[in-house]
Design a protein around this ligand. Structure first.
Ligand code: GSF
Length: 202
């Protein structure tokens, strides 16, 4: 098994955190999908990381499929609830956290375009998604220790990788000031080796 990932991708970080939590040994091949020599499209027609290459030659994508697969192959540190209704709830947290990352990555890409081609309306639309998404995460977390009642799991990992990505890409955006409970969650997650060992490089 091998993971194809970029070290700044929040989606790939989610998979790397899951590998660490579940103590699954898996080499990581760094691939930047924007580079001319990227091989990622050979394994994922969408040309996106992360991709998990299985020993039988199959490849798995995207990150949500990969983390569910990884949770299913080892009983160590179950990260998805067993009960169906609770699974759906955990996946909704993941979908929201991933959606915020999608909006953030869209802004990063838009800002890389020549200045005269950038659309401030498009950027504002993505910013709205990020702000509304954070407000929903914060509201749903409330005073709880972890996102889901079952305890630490994929929902917390997804939210933690999302918040880490905002710190990486929008250093001046003080989401902690308006969402103290998310700040507390992020702080708690950063103490875990799985998060500390996967901090994205600047
Ligand atoms: C998103 C992966 C993604 O956007 C998942 O794995 O959960 N839904 C997918 N990956 C980006 C890198 S990053 O922003 O994390 C990517 O590979 N982009 C290359 C491209 O051509 O869009």
């Amino acid at each position: 098994m091998k993971l194809i990932a970029s070290l700044t991708s929040p989606f790939a970080r989610k998979v790397r955190v899951v590998l660490a939590e579940k103590k699954i040994d898996c080499p990581v091949e760094v691939d930047i999908p924007w580079d001319a020599d990227s091989r990622v499209h050979q394994f994922n027609p969408l040309g996106k990381v992360p991709v998990l290459l299985l020993d039988d030659g199959h490849s798995l994508y995207d990150s949500r499929v990969i983390v569910e697969y990884l949770d299913s192959i080892s009983p160590v540190a179950r990260l998805f609830p067993q009960e169906r209704r609770r699974q759906i709830e955990a996946r909704r947290w993941e979908a929201l956290a991933d959606g915020i990352c999608d909006a953030a990555a869209t802004i990063v890409l838009e800002r890389k375009r020549p200045a005269e081609q950038q659309s401030s309306e498009w950027i504002a639309r993505q910013q709205d998604k990020i702000e509304r998404g954070l407000a929903a995460l914060s509201h749903d977390l409330g005073e709880r220790t972890w996102c889901c009642d079952d305890g630490y799991g994929i929902a917390d990992i997804s939210v933690g990788c999302c918040l880490g990505y905002l710190d990486l890409r929008f250093a001046g955006f003080d989401w902690r000031a308006s969402h103290a409970n998310l700040a507390q969650l992020a702080h708690k997650l950063q103490q875990r080796p799985s998060f500390a060992d996967t901090v994205p490089p600047q």
